[in-house]
Design a binder for this molecule. Sequence first.
Ligand SMILES: Cc1cc2nc3c(=O)[nH]c(=O)nc-3n(C[C@H](O)[C@H](O)[C@H](O)COP(=O)(O)OP(=O)(O)OC[C@H]3O[C@@H](n4cnc5c(N)ncnc54)[C@H](O)[C@@H]3O)c2cc1C
Length: 293
Amino acid sequence: MKAFKYLSPKSVEEAIAFHGRHSETSRFIGGGTDVIVKLKEGWMEPDFLISLKKIKEMGELSKNNATGELSIGAMVTHATLEKSIMIQKEYPIIYDAVSNIGSLQVRNVGTIGGNLINAVPSADGAIPLIALDGVALLHGPDGERSASVKDLFIKPYKTILKPGEILKKITIPPQEPYTGSAYIKFGRRAAMELPLVGIGVLLTLDHARKICKKARICLGVAAPVPMRAFDAEKFLAGKEINEETLVKAGRIAADESKVRDSVRGKAWHRKEMIRVQVKRMGQKCLELIRNNN
Ligand SMILES: Cc1cc2nc3c(=O)[nH]c(=O)nc-3n(C[C@H](O)[C@H](O)[C@H](O)COP(=O)(O)OP(=O)(O)OC[C@H]3O[C@@H](n4cnc5c(N)ncnc54)[C@H](O)[C@@H]3O)c2cc1C
């Protein structure tokens, strides 16, 4: 592995300034679970690694009780999210996703920001944040801007981030009453393996807990980037949620997915699992709504 200098700025501004002085030869590092692999394999050979670990605001997880907005610093680890009682109770789709990432060791250091910016089609952390209408706050040499998490990804390993830009945090708007959400990382094994497909469903029902006010159906490893199954979402909106409508939504989602064969699985298998698991995750949402509200 090539030698490099490790820098530990204490603010976002300092990190951006460091990067500006060495833009061609420096890389940001979060928990390092992806970066270290690339360094060891020689796929990345920076002179400077700019760690984001000491930037306090980027490690904060909080909910504004007045507005209901959730704020997740980009340096919040999967383990922090997994252990948070608030996340477990109020955002089960986040808990379902992060609690199955890698191993305990990976979750202890791997961050939600690194998971998004690494931008692989199988990023487990991306699906719940898209389903929850998450917004990413970016800060770079030209100042701050925001983008919906759904729009962060251009293609595998490529996001909309410009050189020197940092993902600071993700905000989640307040959830409406009668909302349930669930995610499944579907594969041969749950742990230490990337998913064959990742399926996240979020449903908001009306006061009578029957009619769908809002549906989000989000898929990982179903296209080059994490995707929303818009046709299936549109089909459910305004309809009564029951076995029949969920089965149909699963079929529509499978049809609009852009799955392909890979070393980990065949396209037909992925499609079939989307069809089945959209229905199951929808049923899990219904159970959560009925039990919690
Ligand atoms: C054994 C193993 C198992 C794994 N299992 C899974 C799994 O099951 N599911 C899954 O989704 N992933 C898995 N991963 C991948 C990885 O652990 C996650 O993607 C993790 O969340 C990456 O976060 P990190 O902080 O370690 O990122 P890093 O390695 O620090 O960074 C990843 C990339 O993002 C950039 N970056 C990091 N933070 C920021 C920021 N705030 N702003 C701008 N750029 C930034 C870095 O420059 C780098 O390009 C696994 C990895 C390993 C090694």
